[in-house]
Design a protein around this ligand. Structure first.
Ligand SMILES: *Cc1c(COP(=O)(O)O)cnc(C)c1O
Length: 378
């Protein structure tokens, strides 16, 4: 069994994907061009945000947002303690002071009350200026944006939505990647909408920021690439990936999003009554299921379970093994390095979560196989 079966997806979309790739190869133009422009338009329309700027990957997308706001050493940036490394790596790389914030036990997303507390602490301390909150749509479910937005407004903070795992999700009618002042996503192959390599995108309603992001992504260009008005980077989505993504976006919207939600529903049915906790999707929220992450009872040995699953050819992963404030890279940057009392929800959850195979092409019988194997291994 595959954790995320991209081969099955390719078999389904092969005629369109092959044709899209062949067309780019025939044209012989591999950077920019119509496929990239058209994809940006389609993505912006889908998310319902004015501007979409494609770039090389999700990490660059975060960096482009932070550079647009000129985030630097005086600034505090608030990030969840439980997320992929990039979310905190990018502000740290800009020299900002990164503040780790604990998460909600049920959704794994940033806890608004802990965020408010963290902002207050930084304000009282007065060493850094609170500037940005990076909220993550973890495992496919949007963060708690109504509360997070209120906190941002009250404290004059910019909101950056890290929708690398969230693309396709929504709260009510409002889509993921439309909640931030700037929002980003990633097209890494295993994300909800993935390409066949690396890719990413930045979204914003603001004209001036969109222009600055485009400039920063092309060496800080002014009127053209050889007129440079700021220090930027080289971050492009290549033409082949854009052509592939147009095919994949259509399948994602018309079919895959519904099917991956079906697979999640099957898991819930098949795991009903077991001692593990299935993911909680809040009322009015819709997930794009980047991961299907269950919580094991604290007393069970996770590695033993993973080994037993593996013996039956069932892959599993642990997202994430440790809190960001345990990572060696942040040793010098936080007063709480390795502190088990700090962000206690994250500390606890890191030892009980287990992510199971999920993707739009999974069949009910496969979901059942995983569920039975899990029950029998507990
Ligand atoms: C994957 C991911 C990123 C980074 O995306 P890349 O395209 O791999 O650079 C950032 N944030 C989160 C939450 C992610 O899951």
């Amino acid at each position: 069994m595959e954790f995320r079966d991209l081969k099955r997806q390719y078999q389904k979309l092969k005629p369109q994907m092959d044709a899209a790739v062949a067309e780019v190869l025939e044209r012989g133009s591999f950077i920019g061009g119509e496929p990239v422009r058209l994809l940006e338009k389609k993505l912006a329309d889908y998310v319902n945000v004015k501007h979409c700027i494609a770039c090389a990957n999700g990490t660059d997308a975060l960096t482009l947002a932070l550079k647009t706001w000129e985030i630097g050493p005086e600034d505090a940036v608030f990030v969840p303690d439980f997320t992929f490394f990039s979310t905190a790596e990018c502000p740290a790389a800009e020299g900002a002071h990164v503040v780790f914030v604990d998460i909600c036990k049920d959704t794994f997303n940033l806890d608004p009350s802990k965020l408010e507390e963290a902002v207050r602490l930084v304000q009282e301390e007065g060493r850094y200026r609170p500037r940005v909150v990076i909220a993550v749509d973890l495992f496919g479910q949007c963060a708690e944006y109504s509360e997070i937005r209120r906190i941002c407004t009250e404290n004059d903070l910019l909101l950056l939505e890290d929708g690398a795992q969230g693309f396709g999700g929504c709260i009510g009618q409002k889509k993921a990647c439309s909640f931030g002042d700037i929002s980003i996503t990633s097209f890494f192959p295993a994300k909800p909408l993935g390409c066949c390599g690396d890719g990413g995108a930045v979204f914003t309603d603001r004209d001036d920021w969109a222009e600055r992001i485009r400039s920063l992504a092309v060496h800080g260009k002014g009127t053209d690439k050889y007129d440079n008005v700021r220090i930027g980077m080289n971050s492009r989505l290549d033409t082949l990936q854009a052509a592939i993504l147009q095919v994949k976006l259509e399948a994602f919207v018309s079919d895959e999003l519904r099917k991956v939600n079906q697979a999640a529903d099957w898991y819930k049915e098949e795991l009903d009554g077991s001692s593990l906790e299935c993911p909680v999707i809040k009322d009015d929220f819709y997930s794009s299921w980047a991961q299907y992450t269950v919580k094991l009872p604290p007393e069970v040995d996770r590695e033993r379970i993973r080994k037993k699953l593996n013996e039956r050819d069932i892959p599993s992963n642990v997202y994430y093994v440790k809190p960001l404030h345990f990572q060696n890279a942040f040793r010098e940057m936080t007063d709480h390095w390795g502190d088990r009392e700090f962000c206690p929800v994250t500390v606890e959850i890191c030892s009980t979560v287990l992510s199971l195979p999920i993707h739009p092409y999974m069949e009910r019988s496969e979901v059942r196989t995983v569920a039975i194997a899990l029950r029998e291994s507990m």
